[in-house]
Design a protein around this ligand. Structure first.
Ligand code: ZN
Length: 261
């Protein structure tokens, strides 16, 4: 089965949410595994990155990747960081990257966790943010928006955001720790994202929760894609469904310099 590449109509910057297709990795990493720590052959991962860069339209030498550790750390990256996480490893630990340096591509990874791409078409600033439930409870997407405002002078009403493929409410069953963390972080607003089954299990909606954070940060109308990684393991890697024997997909967006109306 062939799928169309996953892009967001509202973004003007080149970008992509990847799935499993289009790379050279084999077996359970087949085929577009973008992670160097998944047990894949390094040359295969590099070739996957080269193919993705060519398809999206950026220089792979100017790519900067997160080194994710489930925090709310957002890094501002420049040309001094080009190649981090790809040609220079490991990259500094962080779960979000933002930049306003033209030519720079920023990438965050997920295999159930949310990846959110951000774009300010006026300043040209872009961002990529990873958030599982811990990063969601910490509100890292809002902190990435705040960083674009403070570092680049972005206006909140100009910033666009889209949450990509992730484990959706249908498949994200948890114990009480996850909903408790969300209620502590967001108060009663979090209740729309929590289904209490009354038996100690819950279903939690990471898309709704990150949407709340983005709206609180001033994003007018955050977007979210409908793909559930755990429902469709032909197309996506899902940690919840297959454990550690998996590759990783990503969201990537490229700073072009901005000044769009
Ligand atoms: Zn699902």
């Amino acid at each position: 089965m062939r799928y169309e590449p996953i892009t967001v109509g509202g973004f003007v910057s080149p970008h992509r949410f990847t799935d499993r297709f289009g790379g050279v990795s084999t077996g359970h990493l087949s085929s577009l595994n973008l992670g160097f720590s998944r047990g894949d052959d390094r040359e295969n991962v590099l070739e996957n990155h080269r193919r993705l860069a060519k398809a999206v339209g950026y220089d792979v030498e100017k790519l900067v990747c997160t080194h994710q550790i489930h925090t709310d750390t957002v890094r501002v990256v420049t040309e001094a960081d080009w190649g981090q996480g790809v040609f220079h490893s490991p990259a500094p630990e962080c779960d979000g990257l933002v930049t306003d340096v033209p030519g720079t591509a920023v990438m965050a990874f997920g295999a159930d966790c949310t990846v959110t791409l951000l774009e300010d078409p006026v300043t040209g600033a872009v961002g990529a943010v990873h958030a599982g439930w811990r990063g969601t409870a910490l509100g890292i997407v809002a902190k990435a928006v705040d960083t674009m405002v403070s570092a680049f002078g972005s206006r909140r009403e100009d910033i666009r955001a889209c949450i990509g493929p992730c484990i959706q409410r249908c498949c994200f069953e948890t114990r009480s720790d996850v909903p408790e963390a969300m209620l502590n972080a967001l108060g009663d607003d979090a209740r729309i994202a929590i289904e209490d089954h009354g038996d100690g299990t819950y279903h939690v909606d990471l898309v709704d929760l990150n949407t709340i954070w983005l709206k609180r940060a001033g994003i007018v109308e955050p977007w979210a894609l409908p793909y559930c990684t755990a429902c469709d393991t032909e197309r996506f890697w899902s940690h919840r469904k297959v454990g550690d024997r998996r590759g990783v997909q990503a969201g990537v967006i490229v700073c072009t310099g901005g000044k769009m109306p």
